[in-house]
Design a protein around this ligand. Structure first.
Ligand code: FPP
Length: 260
């Protein structure tokens, strides 16, 4: 893990540095946060959900347009039944508790993933929240619930084939329009909390050129200062998208780079 220096949200001239348009977060470490306190894993998940309101507000205030939260993966079904049930109940509670306020604040909620295997009651809550907020345009929050990137890609291929799309018409833009994230910009910054540095089947196609940021902080402790640290780290990154930097690669550090 690379230690990130203290945040600077304005440069020396008082300008706001680059802000990512889309931030995606792998919210990890609820279980370890709880274990450290002698609490149940479910208590950790509850603490994790309590953090969500502040994080959405803070990213919104910093100018981020889209925030994607990885809340439940297609692999999370393998967890003990009790934990899966608790996570299902939690999403219902988060929606009950937060949706009105998010709606008041102009937040549009979208879902990425497969809602079909969820209990009809939960599915309905998610669908109602999406319908209620669909015209809001201050910020988009995408909840990845029962999401898996490989399943998303396979689903896209199947639907392309079912639509009879000829191979010569398939390009990156068309393929993207068959993914759950159709219409959303690709993430600029992917944050993972709790120390692991891997994508865990999250936005594999969409994160091709995302900047990755990992912190050892557990999700329930990921607060405003942590948000600013991640954004400051992002503002210092040199994004080249396979090309050379703005100075034409004259900088010695960049000249040695391979353009990735
Ligand atoms: C990872 O911690 C976290 C999860 C699997 C669930 C995250 C879910 C929430 C915060 C609640 C639902 C959120 C929304 C937006 C409805 P972990 O259990 O893997 O922690 P560990 O690695 O320490 O065991």
């Amino acid at each position: 893990m690379i230690a990130e220096p203290a945040p600077t949200l304005t440069d020396l001239n008082g300008h706001r540095p680059r802000v990512p348009r889309h931030v995606a977060i792998i919210m990890d470490g609820n279980g370890r946060w709880a274990e450290q306190r002698g609490l149940s894993r479910n208590a950790g998940h509850r603490a994790g959900t309590e953090n969500i309101r502040n994080i959405i507000r803070t990213f919104g205030e910093r100018g981020v347009e889209v925030l994607t939260l990885y809340a439940f993966s297609t692999e999370n079904w393998t967890r003990p039944r009790r934990e899966v049930n608790a996570l299902m109940r939690l999403i219902g509670r988060v929606i009950n508790r937060e949706v009105k306020e998010l709606h008041r604040n102009g937040v549009r909620l979208v879902h990425i993933g497969d809602l079909q295997p969820l209990e009809p009651e939960i599915r309905k809550k998610v669908e109602q929240a999406i319908a209620l907020t669909k015209d809001n345009d201050r910020m988009t929050v995408a909840v990845a619930f029962n999401y898996g990137s490989r399943a998303e890609i396979i689903g896209a291929v199947k639907r392309l084939m079912a639509d009879g799309v000829p191979p010569e018409r398939v390009d990156e833009q068309l393929f993207s329009s068959y993914l759950y994230t159709a219409g959303l910009p690709d993430p600029d910054l992917v944050i993972r909390t709790a120390g692991e540095v891997r994508l865990s089947n999250f936005l594999l196609w969409q994160s091709s050129y995302a900047e990755l940021y990992a912190t050892s902080t557990f999700w329930p402790d990921f607060d405003t200062a942590e948000v600013d640290r991640a954004l400051a780290a992002y503002a210092r990154r040199d994004r080249r998208f396979g090309g050379v930097s703005d100075d034409g690669g004259q900088d010695a550090g960049h000249a040695a780079g391979n353009g990735r």
